[in-house]
Design a protein around this ligand. Structure first.
Ligand SMILES: Cc1ncc(COP(=O)(O)OP(=O)(O)O)c(N)n1
Ligand SMILES: Cc1nc(C(=O)O)sc1CCOP(=O)(O)O
Ligand SMILES: [Mg+2]
Length: 205
């Protein structure tokens, strides 16, 4: 599987997104067919330090067992202990050129929400882009205004061969429009973590 294929169904999650055991939710999502997972333990009620590492290790182990790509959000210190396949950062996180020199072999993902952000980013050192928020989201407190599927189409036109995922407010009902706009995959938090039937929602994405 190449990176485009591995990004097709990308679950992002931390314990703060779950009303049930995150390990069980990840198991169900893997059964439904996720191809990538991002450990994003962040925001109100998120675990810290040892507890964060402990949960990360459990989720990492599950991903390894099922050959699901495992990415860490923001926290470069966790990349080695969790033996992550890579790291995802945004515009206000660690600089991607610095990350590339620290992790020459890891997958690096970068968020882009506007042309200005694209212009100031070292796109050539990253492996994939996360574009959004495509739709309105209440999961990320500091999310920017929705950019619509038009932004996916624009990024695809700028970078025809760059692996690209949409993020923000994506559900089983609207995921097709994100893919049709040019994304290789969809990244989803609440539509999966809050679902009554997690594996069924993942199947439908
Ligand atoms: C796949 C993907 N795309 C975008 C983001 C958002 O990253 P960022 O802007 O750094 O915001 P936080 O997730 O750190 O709050 C992402 N995590 N994953
Ligand atoms: C983590 C994150 N990043 C975003 C961005 O636009 O960069 S939107 C977002 C939250 C996505 O959660 P949900 O699938 O529940 O809307
Ligand atoms: Mg970030």
């Amino acid at each position: 599987m190449n990176l485009q294929q591995r990004l097709r169904k990308y679950l992002i999650m931390g314990s703060q997104n779950c009303q049930r055991d995150p390990v069980v939710i990840l198991e169900e999502a893997i059964a439904g067919g996720i191809t990538a997972f991002q450990f994003r333990e962040k925001g109100p009620n998120a675990l810290e330090t040892e507890e964060k590492l402990e949960l990360g290790l459990k989720l990492r182990q599950l991903c390894r067992k099922h050959h699901v790509m495992f990415i860490v959000n923001d926290d470069s210190v966790l990349v080695e202990p969790l033996e992550a396949d890579g790291i995802h950062v945004g515009q206000n996180d660690v600089d991607v050129e610095q990350l590339r020199s620290t992790f020459p072999e890891k997958i690096i993902g970068l968020s882009v929400s506007s042309e200005a952000e694209v212009r100031k980013s070292a796109i050539d050192v990253v492996d994939y882009l996360g574009a959004g928020p495509v739709f309105g989201t209440s999961t990320k407190i500091d999310a920017k205004a929705p950019v619509g599927t038009e932004w996916i189409t624009k990024v695809r036109a700028m970078y025809p061969n760059m692996p690209l995922v949409g993020i923000g407010g994506i559900t089983a009902q609207n995921s097709r429009s994100v893919l049709e706009a040019g994304a290789d995959g969809v990244s989803v938090i609440s539509a999966v973590t809050q679902a009554d039937d997690v594996s069924r929602v993942v199947e439908r994405l």
